[in-house]
Design a protein around this ligand. Structure first.
Ligand SMILES: [Fe+2]
Ligand SMILES: [Fe+2]
Length: 206
């Protein structure tokens, strides 16, 4: 129950929680709730749209436990911006399928919520604030336990873009190290935030 939201918005969130619980493992459901909680904190800190941020965060992995073939079928059956290059990066399928699922099955039409779900894995160049919040909340939520997560969680309070860049850089390195395809979209995210962070560092130093 969020005081910032109307009763209708809070009721919708409760019904989404009930819906997604049936579609995923208990662990994935706990992750979804943790990302929702993290997105709420980040939206408050960075002046984001609380309703959109928590809704997209709660629903971001709605298609994660679907069969890969079903994820791809959803993407291909419906009009969604999903390039051939993205289809070769399998980890991105659940993001595309999730963006379709929330429209088709939950009746969500809000472009910002749909975009935040669609871009939560690869990011994209020039993300809006809701997209940035959901992307980062997913990487630093309280259920994450990689070594530097506490530091990254703290950094997210001052700069969402620093965390985005670091994560995408690691993602590109990891795909290359495993000889995997890196989608155009993932590379665009990397290049966009690399340039932004570099420019920021130069202007701070000068
Ligand atoms: Fe995901
Ligand atoms: Fe996630």
């Amino acid at each position: 129950m969020y005081l910032e939201l109307t009763d209708v918005e809070n009721e919708k969130l409760s019904s989404y929680r009930e819906s997604i619980k049936k579609l995923m493992s208990a662990k994935r459901y706990q992750h979804s709730l943790a990302v929702e909680e993290q997105a709420y904190k980040l939206a408050q800190i960075h002046g984001g749209d609380v309703a959109r941020s928590v809704t997209a965060a709660l629903l971001h992995d709605v298609a994660r436990d679907m069969e890969p073939e079903k994820q791809l079928a959803l993407i291909e059956k419906h009009k969604i911006s999903f390039a051939e290059s993205e289809k070769k990066e399998r980890a991105l399928w659940h993001a595309g399928a999730g963006a379709v699922y929330v429209q088709e099955c939950l009746g969500i039409g809000d472009e910002e919520i749909i975009g935040a779900i669609l871009h939560h894995t690869s990011g994209c160049a020039n993300m809006n604030l809701t997209e940035k919040i959901v992307f980062v909340a997913d990487k630093v939520s309280k259920d994450r336990n990689f070594e530097a997560v506490a530091k990254e969680r703290k950094k997210a309070e001052s700069s969402l873009e620093d965390v985005i860049f670091k994560y995408v850089k690691n993602m590109v390195s990891s795909l290359v190290a495993r000889n995997r395809h890196v989608s155009q979209k993932t590379l665009e995210t990397y290049n966009h935030y690399r340039e932004k962070i570099t420019k920021q560092k130069i202007s701070i130093a000068s």
